[in-house]
Write a protein that binds this ligand. Structure first.
Ligand SMILES: Cc1ncc(COP(=O)(O)O)c(C=O)c1O
Length: 395
């Protein structure tokens, strides 16, 4: 059963606290990504035939399945945060600024193996941390939930990281990683945040701005979207979207967050008395593994709380329908390879267009036959076995 909640805390021109958004104002984010040999803007793809089928004006999809060859957007965050962390360490030890800024280009700037970066992950963030660590010849230890599929574990190991499979869910893995990091003197590079740990998560969220800037470049001359749907796990991506679309003269854009019914921490938080970070009561067993998070990130929440218009949840059925619709395109639309969490945005749009019970949600978003909708395909087939099973059937 899909649910939605309009945001009673939405502000048209959000008055965010300085420290909540200082990282987003940094001017070197894209420059740092451009230092990476694999950096290339990912495509912004139009799906006009699908738009016609769903009864909306136009659909644009930012296809992050092509990001850095890692099949997901997440490494934008970890690569930027790790860069800033190392730059600060090197500066503190007296290294000249010009050398500190060269860590991704010059192998000799930093001693190999001096740091161990550690995080919990539903996969994509951990793979990004492992990838960044490998590039810099540093170590990575990545904690994953018990039910993580072998292909995803292997994709992290392939980046040279140690992977620890924990007994519990994502939230348990977060706790275990934080405890072990303190015991072992490792540096946590988490996209999630909690009391006393916010600075690196803020840098990670800032790193995601590159994908929104690329969207702006690709939009020049194209009708701007009126509705944007963003997947929510801990909310770091949503916070970056909130910052971006509330800053860039995007008046009139409606932002909707989508989560699995089973892991609805953003919807639970906005629905709580006072709209404060609240734990989801769901079982966190959705196939949308990257979104199976029980608690919102503390650093992300203030941006989401006043920067989003609507919060909705979808069942796995809609995610499956969306994966198939991307894979078997309508008309002359191009094919998109979209994994479970990647397809959630389209799943939400399909639910909005098909479910009678969501008529009021459509109206709140102003979603009609003229609307241009922006979706993010945040991941490709990161679990190829499950992906093949799903696309065996046509939509
Ligand atoms: C593919 C994918 N999409 C979306 C998200 C949600 O991002 P966030 O946890 O920042 O809300 C994740 C999180 O890991 C993910 O892996």
């Amino acid at each position: 059963m899909c649910k939605y909640v309009n945001n009673p805390y939405r502000q048209i021109d959000p008055a965010w606290e300085k420290e909540d958004c200082a990282a987003f104002k940094r001017d070197d984010i894209r420059t740092v990504h451009q230092m990476l040999a694999e950096y290339q803007p990912t495509p912004l793809v139009a799906l006009p035939a699908l738009a016609e089928r769903l009864g909306v004006g136009y659909i644009l999809v930012k296809d992050e399945s092509h990001r850095f060859g890692l099949k997901a957007f997440k490494a934008l965050g970890s690569s930027y945060a790790i860069y800033q962390f190392l730059r600060d360490q090197l500066l503190a030890s007296g290294t000249p600024l010009s050398k500190c800024e060269d860590v991704y280009r010059d192998q000799d700037v930093i001693e190999p193996g001096g740091f161990t970066f550690c995080t919990a992950t539903d996969v994509n963030h951990g793979r990004g941390v492992a990838w960044s660590a490998r590039k810099l010849r540093q170590n990575a230890v990545i904690y994953v939930p018990a039910e993580t599929v072998p292909a995803r574990i292997e994709s992290i190991r392939a980046e040279g990281a140690e992977v620890i499979v924990t007994d519990g869910n994502y939230d348990d893995a977060v706790e275990r990683a934080a405890e072990d990091a303190v015991k072992n003197g490792w540096q946590i590079i988490s996209d999630n945040s909690w009391v006393g740990y916010v600075e690196i998560p803020r840098l990670i969220m800032a790193g995601y701005l590159t994908l929104f800037e690329e969207i702006e470049d690709a939009l020049s001359g194209v009708k701007r979207p009126e509705v944007v749907i963003i997947q929510g796990g801990v909310g770091a991506l949503a916070a970056a979207a909130a910052w971006h679309f509330n800053q860039t003269g995007s008046t009139g854009i409606r932002l909707a967050a989508v989560e699995p019914v089973d892991a609805d921490c953003l919807l639970a938080s906005i629905s709580s008395p006072g709209g404060i970070p609240t734990v989801s009561q769901g079982t966190q067993k959705s196939i949308m593994a990257g979104l199976n998070c029980g608690k919102p990130s503390l650093a992300a929440w203030p941006l989401i709380r006043s920067g989003f218009d609507m919060f909705m949840t979808i069942s796995d059925d809609y995610c499956i329908k969306a994966m198939r619709s991307y894979y078997y395109p309508s008309g002359d639309d191009p094919r998109i390879i979209s994994g479970e969490s990647g397809a959630a945005g389209l799943g939400a749009l399909m639910a909005l267009c098909h479910e009678m019970s969501l008529a009021a949600a459509r109206e709140s978003l102003g979603l009609d036959s003229r609307s241009t909708v922006l979706l993010l395909n945040t991941e490709g087939d990161t679990d190829p076995v499950h992906f093949s099973k799903i696309i065996k059937e046509k939509p």
